[in-house]
Design a protein around this ligand. Sequence first.
Ligand SMILES: NC(=O)c1ccc[n+]([C@@H]2O[C@H](COP(=O)([O-])OP(=O)(O)OC[C@H]3O[C@@H](n4cnc5c(N)ncnc54)[C@H](O)[C@@H]3O)[C@@H](O)[C@H]2O)c1
Length: 127
Amino acid sequence: MFDFTGKVALVTGSGGGIGLATAKAFAECGADVALLDFNPALLETAKPEVEQYGHKVITIQCDVSKADQVDAAVKQTVEAFGRLDILVNNAGITRDNLLLRMEESEWDAVIATNLKSVYLFSKAVNI
Ligand SMILES: NC(=O)c1ccc[n+]([C@@H]2O[C@H](COP(=O)([O-])OP(=O)(O)OC[C@H]3O[C@@H](n4cnc5c(N)ncnc54)[C@H](O)[C@@H]3O)[C@@H](O)[C@H]2O)c1
């Protein structure tokens, strides 16, 4: 349906779930892909799934809530591929609970992973 030949896509949280499915869709449409997750075991199993479409794939271990790791991940992608065209801010967590029972640490983790990461990545790729 789409042709992303020659394009490079970085998908956060692509060790599994929707992120992996998105990464596979980009590869199927011709893109080279940077898989990014904080779980290295997931990255290891995800890589061959995306490589099956015949395009270049790299894996990056990164916590999307940490500015230094985000900056390094974008740098690593550009060094590997020479460009970065598409960013998918997919990584996210849930800590479902009634507000009154929610720990402050849970609130902070959700905001850092789901919201701050979008700020960090959107800023880092704008180079
Ligand atoms: N599944 C749903 O029904 C649904 C509905 C609405 C929104 N979403 C959102 O879609 C996104 C993906 O959902 P999913 O169901 O595939 O989730 P998932 O839990 O299956 O996958 C999320 C991935 O993100 C990674 N991740 C989590 N925290 C990270 C961090 N700090 N740094 C790097 N990687 C991290 C995990 O290791 C995992 O591989 C999330 O943002 C989620 O909130 C999902």
